[in-house]
Design a protein around this ligand. Structure first.
Ligand code: NAD
Length: 347
């Protein structure tokens, strides 16, 4: 554990950064640099208390190590959270202060977007740090990673539906989408185009209405979406949606979504397996965004090449399902061990 925090893997470094003038209070967590600099987004969120923020940063940071390793990226895992100030007086100044904190780690951590941050925030931060990605760049590849994340989840659902549900295409496959945000909306569009039947929920009624009007989606309440009568469940809101309360109510046979840390605990993965539900681990299927910002950061970006690299996630889904069969374990545990075996400098 880290300083007595329960269930947290040791981290290489954790920086607590504060700036009185802008109201910045941030946690920058570097889980592992074994594969290279720690790369992971920055979340802005209102937490119940500081310990909850620290826990979130550490869980997300460890998840980035696993995600980057499975995606074969030459980067380690890290993540930052900014505790959302009651009032943000000057957003640009807040992110400039955050950028200074990132810069102080001298490249051990590279930041990008996550929930609550935008491409504009990343663009502005360039004034105070060079260790930032996810920026629209004139004449070069870059920008919002969310569509790439959505594409990775889409190809995972497609492959999972074939291998787990025996469906050769997504035509007529019923998919429940929890959250129609930056990733969820793009995923909904991909699924609709492929002929899937969508059931959706979001706390934002305007997004739900748009999905009904533009994608023929059926709307259900936020308390009904997880137990909707569907083939596939795609959690694309926040973490811990798969837990002791929700698992007994699920009807989907396949789960694949963008949200980080969907399992409340590792034991919840076992509970899913016991119910005959195949869970494709979040950090395996939602790596499209980090693949995109990593390519951008290395200056290797080009739209088609990035999409081709993201599409490879489907092959890893197939490999995971093979490993699950041969090892007789659960997808969550197999992916975890597989990723941890890769937490070493790439050859
Ligand atoms: P977002 O904030 O744009 O979207 C989240 C959506 O979920 C919002 O529309 C919000 O209203 C909705 N929501 C919140 N609580 C809900 C609830 N209880 N029920 C239904 N809807 C609810 O965020 P995003 O960028 O789309 O990310 C979604 C998830 O995917 C997050 O967990 C994020 O960490 C993860 N993720 C995102 C990326 C990326 O590229 N953006 C990459 C990897 C992982």
């Amino acid at each position: 554990s880290l300083f007595g925090l329960p269930d947290q893997a040791p981290h290489e470094r954790v920086l607590l950064a504060a700036d009185e003038e802008t109201g910045l209070k941030a946690i920058l967590a570097v889980h592992s640099t074994a594969r290279g600099p720690a790369f992971g987004g920055c979340r802005v969120w209102s937490y119940d208390n500081e310990l909850a923020a620290l826990n979130d940063a550490l869980r997300l940071s460890q998840g980035m190590s696993l995600k980057n390793a499975l995606a074969n990226l030459p980067f380690g895992g890290g993540k930052a959270v900014i505790l959302k100030p009651a009032v943000i007086k000057d957003r640009a100044a807040l992110f400039a202060a955050f950028g200074r904190a990132v810069q102080s780690l001298e490249g051990a951590y590279i930041t990008a977007e996550d929930v609550g941050t935008t491409t504009a925030d990343m663009l502005g931060m360039q004034a105070t740090t060079q260790f930032v990605s996810g920026i629209p760049r004139a004449g070069a590849f870059g920008g919002d990673p969310s569509p790439k994340t959505a594409y990775g989840v889409f190809v995972s659902i497609e492959r999972g539906a074939r291998l787990v549900l025996g469906r050769e295409s997504l035509e007529g496959v019923r998919v429940a989408l929890q959250g129609l945000g930056a990733v969820g909306w793009h995923l909904a569009e991909y699924l609709h185009k492929a002929g899937a039947k969508l059931v959706v929920a979001d706390v934002d009624a305007a997004k739900v209405q748009r999905a009904q009007e533009q994608l023929g989606a059926q709307a259900v309440g936020i308390n009904e979406i997880l137990s909707a009568d569907v083939d596939v469940l795609a959690p694309c809101a926040l973490g811990a949606s798969l837990n002791i309360q929700s698992i007994p109510t699920l009807k989907a046979k396949l789960i694949a979504g963008a949200a980080n840390n969907q399992l409340a605990t590792a034991a919840d993965g076992d509970a899913l397996q016991a119910r005959g539900i195949t869970y494709l681990p979040d950090y395996l299927v939602n790596a499209g965004g980090i693949i995109s910002v990593a390519r951008e950061y290395r200056g290797e970006g080009e739209e088609n090449a990035v999409m081709a690299e993201v599409a490879l996630i489907a092959n890893r889904v197939a490999e995971l399902l093979e490993r699950v069969k041969s090892e007789g374990s659960t997808p969550g545990r197999v992916a975890d061990a597989w990723a941890r075996s890769l937490l070493v400098k790439p050859a």
